[in-house]
Design a binder for this molecule. Structure first.
Ligand SMILES: NC(=O)c1ccc[n+]([C@@H]2O[C@H](COP(=O)([O-])OP(=O)(O)OC[C@H]3O[C@@H](n4cnc5c(N)ncnc54)[C@H](O)[C@@H]3O)[C@@H](O)[C@H]2O)c1
Ligand SMILES: O=C(O)C(=O)C[C@]1(C(=O)O)C=C[C@@H](O)C=C1
Length: 307
């Protein structure tokens, strides 16, 4: 895809997601000019050194005249950042965000959105355990979903479609969803799994004090995957759990019930229960692969696999 979709895009927060947006857009020239702002002087200096965008020392200056403004800060900071930039947004501009939780961001941001600005929240389902302006890369969004969550029924459809075209241009697959549904789905697919990984690594850390360095030296592939996830940014994930509280607690409750049932099966030697359970979960992985939704597979994004 080529052709400029937005002449000027402002990124507030210059970490993994913002820097990846600039790298991905530069591949195809979707954006005339990027401007940006981050809270810390160190991040702004690094972004300048990397030539990610024109970096300003205030958010107000960065958003001046921008056709699209994307909030790329932790979920808990969205409201205060929006309050600062609201009076400086261009009439007719689109305002979006990349937060991992949607209802809380809408509630925090919407009260400050001027009437002549189109608010179209979004969430790229792509990331790594790394953060900061140096961690971004152009391929991050390739064949990954971006869920666009129009904040209200009155959201301007042209603004929504334009934002979707922009994300497709960055390499993403795009879908639309209601905010509450998004938050429940992500509690299952992303938020609770992260909490489980954090917990497992914490348990191993406690154990390591007993077994010295064995946990590190002999960590098997499954545990290594957990440690990668559990190395993710503490501020980002603190905010995710504090703002997607109800959905995460609901899924965690169900998880705990299942875990107790498996624990009992192990204690009582109920091999049938364990085997049946693992057979069911194996079929879910196969279903994902057959639906062509295995994002690690070479054919991902090209339809169902012929298996
Ligand atoms: N990392 C992921 O895997 C991932 C994936 C999808 C969406 N997200 C979401 O994207 C957003 C950004 O995540 P990231 O991974 O790019 O984080 P990051 O830590 O790499 O970058 C965050 C940036 O925001 C800046 N910042 C923090 N508080 C600020 C404030 N009050 N005002 C201005 N700037 C501030 C930081 O200085 C930093 O530049 C988060 O809302 C996160 O939930 C993250
Ligand atoms: O691959 C990873 O490191 C991620 O955790 C990315 C991941 C995810 O759970 O898939 C994490 C949070 C985001 O909101 C979206 C994507």
């Amino acid at each position: 895809m080529s052709g400029v979709i937005y002449e000027k895009v402002a990124l507030i927060g210059l970490g993994l997601i913002a820097s990846s947006i600039t790298h991905a857009a530069k591949r195809t020239g979707l954006v005339g000019e990027f401007t940006g702002y981050a809270r810390s002087q160190e991040t702004r200096d690094t972004a300048r050194e990397l030539d990610l965008c024109t970096v300003y020392d205030t958010a107000a200056e960065a958003v001046e005249g921008a056709d699209l403004v994307i909030l790329c800060v932790p979920v808990g900071a969205m409201g205060s950042v929006m309050k600062d930039i609201a009076p400086h947004l261009k009439s007719g501009a689109t305002l979006s965000d990349v937060g991992s939780v949607k209802r809380a961001v809408i509630e925090a941001v919407e009260p400050y959105v001027p009437e002549d600005v189109h608010f179209v929240p979004a969430h790229p389902l792509a990331g790594t355990e790394h953060s900061g302006p140096r961690s971004g890369f152009a391929e991050l969004f390739d064949n990954r979903w971006n869920i666009v969550v129009p904040a209200s029924d009155y959201t301007d459809r042209d603004a929504v479609e334009r934002l979707k075209t922009f994300w497709k241009g960055l390499g993403a697959l795009v879908d639309e969803m209601d905010a509450d549904h998004h938050d429940l789905v992500l509690a299952v697919t992303s938020h609770t799994p992260h909490l489980i990984a954090y917990t497992m690594v914490g348990v191993a850390d406690d154990l390591a004090r007993v077994t010295d360095t064995e946990v590190v030296n002999y960590s098997a592939a499954g545990f290594r995957d957990f440690t990668r996830i559990a190395a993710s940014d503490p501020t980002m994930w603190r905010d995710v759990f504090l703002t997607n509280k109800d959905a995460t607690l609901e899924i965690l409750g169900r998880f705990t019930e299942e875990l107790f049932a498996l624990q009992r099966a192990i204690r009582t030697g109920d091999g049938d229960h364990l085997h049946d359970y693992f057979t069911r979960t194996r079929s879910i992985r196969r279903g994902i692969i057959e639906a062509g939704q295995d994002t690690d597979a070479p054919n991902f994004g090209r339809g169902p696999a012929n298996t």
